[in-house]
Write a protein that binds this ligand. Structure first.
Ligand code: SAH
Length: 243
């Protein structure tokens, strides 16, 4: 009987991990994950066995983890942030039918929307949306529909995968949709490399964000009608304190 933990590591540094995630890693002999995240762990856990695959080899990576657990090891499949948000826990369950002997335990982590929000101030605060601009798994017209939904519902939005070398215009297109519902002066922000050495962030207007260049290590925040710039921080009112 093997045990497979699916562990969200939080945004970056060991300090951003939950105690439960750390305890799960302490208990495993094999750590499996995307090369970049696993490299963050090697220093802290030099004696573990590591199984890695590069990006876009997710199915192979999950099979590797399930195989290792099926052979009796205690294994951790690690993901950045939370494993259930654009992570591997869903795929692990989808593939697990072939491994009935493996027990699966999901350990939550702090997702980029939450760790990034803390850097900017309090941009989410009330109801909010999380939307990925990557069309690798989701067709672009579905993403556009969801952006319209977020705009119509006046939700503050956290955008994951905002831009990559192949998707240079996705952020501008997303802003154009939200500009149909929001003022060009709506308060927005981005945070790059949250919880890592090169962390950087900025506040800007929706009109400025439309023409900004960010990268795939960045999470973007678009404020709603209740979001203000307070002392250089992005704060969405919850209604306690009328404007
Ligand atoms: N499971 C992860 C998300 C993976 S999708 C989580 O819960 O956070 C990858 C996207 O997440 C990136 O393109 C970026 O938008 C965001 N992201 C993940 N880690 C980040 C970090 N440390 N700093 C900034 N953005 C991050």
């Amino acid at each position: 009987m093997g045990l497979l933990y699916v562990v969200g590591l939080g945004p970056g540094k060991i300090e951003g991990m939950t105690l439960e995630a750390k305890q799960a890693l302490d208990a495993t002999s094999v750590i499996c994950g995307y090369t970049v995240y696993v490299d963050l762990l090697r220093e802290t856990y030099p004696d573990k066995e590591y199984l890695t695959t590069p990006m876009r080899r997710e199915v192979e990576r999950c099979h590797m983890a399930l195989e290792a657990a099926a052979s009796g090891a205690t294994v951790a499949m690690v993901c950045s942030g939370d494993a259930g948000i654009y992570g591997m826990s869903g795929l692990i369950y989808e593939l697990s039918a072939d491994y009935p002997e493996v027990e699966i335990v999901v350990v939550p982590g702090i997702t980029a929307a939450i760790s990034g929000a803390a850097v900017l101030g309090a941009p989410l605060m009330n109801d909010f949306c999380v939307i990925s601009l990557s069309d690798l798994m989701t067709p672009w017209d579905v993403i556009e529909q969801r952006l319209h939904g977020a705009g119509a519902g006046d939700f503050p939005v956290a955008l994951y995968n905002p831009m990559s070398h192949k998707r240079v215009d996705h952020l501008a297109k997303a802003c154009d949709i939200l500009l149909q519902y929001r003022s060009p002066d709506a308060v927005c922000g981005w945070v790059k490399n949250i919880g890592r050495d090169q962390q950087a962030s900025a506040l800007l207007t929706l009109a400025e964000l439309r023409d900004a260049t960010v990268d795939m290590f960045t999470t973007v925040f678009i404020g709603n009608s209740q979001t203000r710039d307070l002392r250089g921080h992005m704060v969405t009112g919850r209604g306690y304190c009328p404007k």
